[in-house]
Design a protein around this ligand. Structure first.
Ligand SMILES: Cc1ncc(COP(=O)(O)O)c(C=O)c1O
Length: 340
């Protein structure tokens, strides 16, 4: 048996989740006639305290559709320097929207409001692109699955709105942030204009994301989704597991967080320096050790455990639905054998 800790995108849908597809009422969603999609969109909007939702194919498409709806070609987009949108979405904000990135280096993924304010309050100058959108990633993947605190989001959103800049939250793992911080997701995003949530990560769906915002925003986003080829027909087969996930799979994320902490504790005994472990992601920094990430990846692989190499000296482990307590025990027992 392989224990696959590469990503929470490897989750497999449960039988109960798959069963929802068989009984889902379907229609052509491009025509606005799939009741299951409509149900999911309304449910996601409600969970996040927004007016309306839109089912999209992936987190990347959700961020792109949202950002495209906020921005015009040539506008500036403020992004955390290690954000997923900047690093891992194939530069779609530049190639497709034509947006110019303003990068802000955060601490544990959280941007300093002063740094953002400096960018947003620069006087008009013919040489500069004008920032029109601020993106916040919560939890922040590359920072270690860290929770961006509500106070930080609220301060950033206030500065953005005072300067007529919209706020988008890449909430691929917003429910991990909500569970870890004990703050309802709707509270965490209350000052954002749009949010993207992934169904296909910790929530365990095979595919899909939802974006939420005002009715007016979603109306325009729907057209942008169509432009990007994301208009899907009997998409209720994707939405039905999404409904199941939003109703049943959020609270159990606490288990993934607990599992990540158990692994982290064992790695710290070696000792391996870790990024803060606040949710379901563990980043190990090997720069001050005798090992490379490739070596460690291979040693784990030889013992039936898959981890991700995220750089020369960086490896990543992610816990999720299909990683059981017994898998965690296997990993814990293997760690001292691997780091020899
Ligand atoms: C923070 C964050 N945003 C967006 C995405 C993109 O999601 P998808 O893989 O569904 O395109 C990911 C994927 O890992 C992510 O970690």
């Amino acid at each position: 048996m392989v224990v696959d800790l590469r990503s929470d995108t490897f989750t497999m849908p449960s039988r109960e989740m798959l069963a929802t597809i068989l009984t889902a009422e379907l229609g052509d969603d491009v025509w606005g006639e799939d009741p299951t999609v409509a149900h999911l969109e309304a449910l996601a909007a409600k969970k996040l305290g927004k007016e309306a939702g839109l089912l999209v194919t992936s987190g990347t498409q959700g961020n792109l559709v949202s950002n495209m709806t906020h921005l015009n070609s040539g506008d500036g987009i403020v992004l955390e320097a290690e954000s997923h949108t900047y690093l891992n979405e194939a530069g779609g904000f530049s190639s497709i929207i034509g947006a110019y990135p303003f990068l802000v280096k955060g601490k544990n993924g959280a941007m300093n409001p002063k740094d953002v304010e400096e960018i947003l309050t620069r006087p008009y100058n013919v040489h500069f692109a004008e920032p029109k959108l601020l993106c916040i990633e919560n939890t922040h993947n590359h920072a270690g699955g860290t929770v961006i605190p509500k106070e930080n989001i609220d301060t950033l959103a206030k500065i953005a709105h005072e300067n007529e800049v919209a706020v988008h939250i890449d909430g691929a793992r917003i429910f991990n942030a909500a569970i870890a911080s004990g703050t309802p997701a709707a509270k965490l995003v209350e000052n954002a204009d749009s949010v993207q949530i992934c169904l296909s990560k910790g929530l365990g769906c095979p595919v899909g994301s939802v974006i939420v915002g005002t009715e007016e925003f979603i109306h325009r986003a729907r057209k942008n989704r169509k432009i990007l080829g994301g208009g899907m027909r009997q998409a209720g087969i994707i939405a039905a597991p999404g409904i199941y996930a939003l109703n049943n799979m959020i609270d159990r994320l606490a288990e993934d967080h607990m599992h990540a902490k158990i692994i982290a504790k064992e790695l710290e005994k070696i000792p391996i320096k870790l990024k803060p472990v606040e949710t379901n992601i563990i980043y190990g920094d090997l720069s001050k050790t005798k090992w490379t990430a490739s070596e460690i990846q291979n040693r784990f692989e030889n013992k039936g455990i898959k981890v991700s190499r995220m750089g020369e000296d960086l490896f990543r482990m992610v816990t999720y639905l299909n990683i059981s307590r017994s898998d965690i025990n296997t990993v814990v027992a293997t760690i001292p054998e691997v780091f020899q």
